[in-house]
Ligand binder design. Structure first.
Ligand code: C2E
Ligand code: CA
Ligand code: CA
Ligand code: CA
Length: 278
């Protein structure tokens, strides 16, 4: 279970509540890790409904800790979030991701976009839009090939969020609503915020096999995406059954272990070399 992110998050949570010292330990190491570039990026491909064409990729951060080995986001992001270190970490990830995507686009003659997770704390920084703009200028990545994934939160300030989204859209950057369906008051946000992509959360996909209601939820989210004319990505597709059922509902992009785990830079390069990309 060491490589199972869900398991890692659970282990992390129970450790954290039992052991406050752990928290400070991580915080202290995080500062150093940022300066010493201990973070690594994994790339999980997103596939056409045919399961073959690569149509996008999501960047997922890992911490290659000098003593503790490879850590999953659940083992350090809560601390990074709480201490504000997520702002610098997120900036490093974004810059590295854009640089890498630009290189892949040139080497493999492809236009596929890259999706990068952005924490609400990072998103709400006064200079966030300027930083994004600078990264685009520095790396030369087409802004339309960058998707920023944001998650709804209870404390989300709609007006402020709306303004930032508008500014980002002016740059040409795409905005993706992550974990669609799990957030607070999501139907209202959908109506008011200009998202380009919905990412159907994997918790809905997991319920599909159990009952008709679970399937109806996924079906409805795909329909909503169609009506809103946004791109939809279904996350956490693991089984043939899930894939086959989703196919009968529409043609979203697919991201999940059924098609590929998150890959290292070299592995993703190989994938681009071997399979047709958009
Ligand atoms: P997320 O954005 O919802 O990312 C999807 C997570 O689901 C990833 O876990 C991915 O490895 C996992 N996953 C993908 N396919 C499957 C599947 O078929 N089955 C199952 N069970 N899981 C699947 P990971 O890499 O552990 O990341 C966890 C969370 O950490 C992410 O959830 C995201 O919220 C956050 N995260 C990761 N990288 C970053 C980052 O650079 N910045 C920020 N702010 N958050 C990040
Ligand atoms: Ca995400
Ligand atoms: Ca997600
Ligand atoms: Ca999630």
């Amino acid at each position: 279970a060491k490589n199972d992110p869900v398991e890692n998050i659970r282990v992390y949570k129970s450790q954290m509540s039992q052991d406050f010292a752990e928290w400070f330990y991580v915080e202290n190491d995080l500062q150093k890790a940022l300066m010493q570039n201990e973070f690594e990026l994994l790339y999980q491909p997103q596939f056409h409904i045919d399961g073959e064409k690569v149509c996008g990729v999501e960047v997922l951060v890992r911490w290659n800790h000098p003593q503790r080995g490879m850590l999953a986001p659940g083992q350090f992001l809560p601390v990074a979030e709480d201490t504000g270190l997520i702002v610098d970490l997120g900036h490093q990830v974004l810059k590295q991701a854009c640089r890498q995507m630009k290189a892949w686009q040139q080497t493999y003659d492809t236009k596929i976009p890259i999706s990068v997770n952005v924490s609400m704390k990072q998103f709400m920084q006064k200079d966030f839009v300027t930083k994004v703009e600078n990264i685009i200028l520095e790396t030369g990545l087409a802004p339309t090939c960058l998707e920023l994934e944001v998650t709804e939160t209870v404390t989300m300030d709609i007006e402020r969020t709306y303004k930032v989204l508008q500014q980002l859209k002016k740059l040409g950057v795409k905005i993706s609503l992550d974990d669609f369906g799990t957030g607070y008051s999501s139907l209202q946000h959908l109506n008011e915020l200009p998202f380009d992509v919905f990412k159907v959360d994997q918790s809905f996909v997991k319920k599909m096999v159990h009952h008709e209601r679970g399937r109806a939820m996924v079906h409805t989210m795909l329909k909503l995406g169609e009506i809103f004319n946004v791109k939809v990505v279904v996350e956490g597709v693991e089984t043939e059954f899930e894939w086959e059922t989703i196919k009968t509902y529409g043609n979203p992009l697919l991201q999940g272990y059924k098609f590929s785990h998150p890959l290292t830079e070299d592995q993703f390069s190989n994938l681009l070399r071997q399979t047709p990309a958009e």
